[in-house]
Design a binder for this molecule. Structure first.
Ligand code: FDA
Length: 389
């Protein structure tokens, strides 16, 4: 069977691309349903973009690569698409937009958009092989035990990264990219909880506190969640994208810098109280207990000199953690790195050296922060390739 374009992966990027590509388009996916990650994202409400999305929110070997697509298909364009389909949304926090109803509405919207341009979708279909014959890609597909040969002028790699293999993530895009001579950057799990070899935070598992978490010079002010296995919560997930094995993550437990004055005031007004009692007015009691054991915090607040209070605040502002690892692809929201952007056009996402081969979405080495940025990249890169085809 002949198509103009075959898109491998009916995820966010693949569907967006199919909705905009001209000619006869086929989208294939080995999953039972399209857009499974969209469906489960944002607790079932899909954090589909971010009001503040800008190139600085993306990690890439070439930080300029994402600029063109993000500028040409913006968060406002996607918001317009949601409006066209009458899908209600709200801003939760930090510019993060979620559906009022269900993430399934976003999947249905993309399927409708694809249908309106006549794109076909084959689910439960896997790729046995791809070869290039002149200007044509020849694919051998397996669809429910039947082998089907398909050819196309354009081939779009939209099968995502390695995160959450249980949801069908595979390294197929990387394998095909390598087959066609594209380079890969190092890949690792990102937006992922960090772990320790001991269970040091098991006693305070479930406790959450606002922090400024930094790794390798990039910091995020959000909540940190202590877990049985280590550290999680948005601040840690964000920092994990900048953290490499062996590195320190620094937690500032006084992100707004007010603790010293609070302690000095308490010294005057509540001098007879234990310093840990004062700290429980600022932090969860279980966290204070943990910190007081670790940092030897004790004594009456009234007996503390300015220097002692300064030292305590300094400890709490620079609480260094050296995780031993991460929860890995099993729970990582994204894969950091991927198909090297150096080999791709930032305007069209087409491989510079292989005419008709495109890479979009998470498969390539462009990784967004937590907060709707990864879907925005899927929409923008999918649109850029689709409109170029
Ligand atoms: P995506 O992974 O969506 O799609 C790839 C498709 O290819 C899948 O349908 C898969 O089945 C298919 N495929 C893979 N291998 C194949 C093979 N060998 N053969 C055939 N098909 C194959 N981002 C965000 O911005 N806001 C959010 O709220 C969330 N929430 C979130 C929650 C969870 C639990 C996860 C795991 C991830 C998120 N993300 C997110 C990240 C976001 O889901 C992700 O970055 C995008 O889905 C990437 O879109 P792609 O289309 O590139 O890949």
């Amino acid at each position: 069977m002949e198509f103009d374009t075959v898109i491998i992966g009916a995820g966010a990027a693949g569907m967006m691309c199919a909705a905009h590509s001209g000619g006869r388009t086929l989208v294939i996916d080995h999953a039972k349903a399209a857009g499974e990650k969209i469906r489960i994202s944002g607790g079932g409400r899909c954090n589909f973009t971010n009001l503040d999305a800008k190139p600085e929110n993306f990690i890439s070997k070439n930080p300029h690569f994402c600029k063109s697509a993000l500028k040409r298909y913006t968060q406002w364009d996607f918001i317009d698409l949601m409006a066209k389909h009458q899908i209600a949304w709200h801003e939760k926090t930090l510019g993060q937009l979620f559906c009022d109803g269900s993430a399934k509405q976003v999947v249905a919207m993309l399927l409708q958009e694809m249908q309106s341009v006549g794109a076909e979708i084959w689910l439960k279909t896997s790729v046995a092989s791809v070869v290039r014959n002149g200007d044509t890609f020849e694919l051998t597909l397996k669809r429910e035990d039947t082998q089907i040969n398909v050819s196309s002028k354009n081939l779009v790699l939209a099968s995502g990264g390695k995160s959450i293999p249980k949801m069908g993530a595979t390294g197929l895009a990387y394998e095909l990219a390598t087959q066609f001579g594209l380079e890969l950057t190092d890949v690792r799990p990102a937006l992922v909880p960090l772990t320790f070899s001991d269970q040091r935070y098991a006693p305070i598992s479930g406790v959450s506190a606002p922090v400024r978490a930094s790794a390798n010079g990039t910091e995020f002010e959000e909540a940190c969640l202590f877990t049985h296995r280590g550290l999680s919560g948005p601040a840690i997930l964000q920092a994990s994208s900048y953290w490499c094995e062996g590195d320190v993550v620094c937690l500032d437990l006084d992100p707004d810098g007010t603790l010293f004055e609070i302690l000095r005031t308490a010294r005057q007004e509540q001098g007879k109280r234990d310093i840990t009692t004062i700290l429980t007015q600022q932090y969860p009691a279980r966290l204070v207990q943990h910190l007081s054991d670790e940092m030897q915090i004790k004594g009456r607040i009234g007996d503390q000199s300015d220097a002692a209070l300064e030292q305590l605040c300094s400890h709490l502002r620079n609480w260094e953690q050296r995780p031993t690892g991460s929860e890995g692809y099993r729970t990582a929201e994204v894969t950091l790195g991927g198909i090297d952007t150096d080999g791709l056009s930032s305007k069209t996402m087409e491989a510079k050296a292989v005419k008709g081969l495109y890479v979009i979405g998470e498969a390539m080495g462009v990784t967004g922060w937590l907060g709707g940025y990864n879907f925005q990249w899927a929409w923008s890169s999918g649109w850029a390739a689709g409109t170029a085809i």
